[in-house]
Design a protein around this ligand. Structure first.
Ligand code: HEM
Length: 105
């Protein structure tokens, strides 16, 4: 993981509109331990068909899969419910480092 978690914490402010990291779902599922978590696996969250498929396939969120997802979720996930895109390469790298840190990786 090459990013800077402190810079990533600032980027994560954009995500907080829809994602909590205290176990509660908002517009999006909570992101506790998301780095290393199986996609589509938060209990009681109603995921898109694409994330349900990823769960069945056992896709795991890590540096590679998050770097593919964040710039354009709809290009990776069938009927994606996440409309937000994070496009700056540095921001992506840094937020991934932050998500790894909060996941204890
Ligand atoms: C799903 C990350 C910003 C709404 C997800 C997932 C991740 C993620 C990793 C998949 C979770 C899982 O499989 O359990 C992020 C990050 C963000 C961000 C890092 C900021 C850079 C946002 C924003 C919104 C949003 C701003 C709302 C405007 C959603 C929704 C889902 C989702 C609705 C469910 C997608 C689906 O079922 O297809 N997000 N997100 N996210 N996110 Fe975000």
């Amino acid at each position: 993981i090459t990013g800077d978690p402190a810079a990533g914490e600032k980027v994560f402010k954009k995500c907080r509109a829809c994602h909590a990291i205290d176990g509660k779902n908002k517009v999006g599922p909570h992101l506790d331990g998301v780095y290393g978590r199986v996609a589509g696996s938060v209990d009681k969250y109603k995921y898109s068909v694409g994330l349900k498929k990823f769960k069945e396939e056992g896709l795991v969120w890590n540096a590679e899969t998050l770097a593919q997802y964040l710039p354009s979720p709809k290009d990776m996930v069938e009927k994606s419910k996440m409309t937000f895109k994070l496009t700056k390469e540095k921001d992506i790298e840094n937020v991934i480092a932050y998500l790894a840190q909060i996941s204890g990786v």
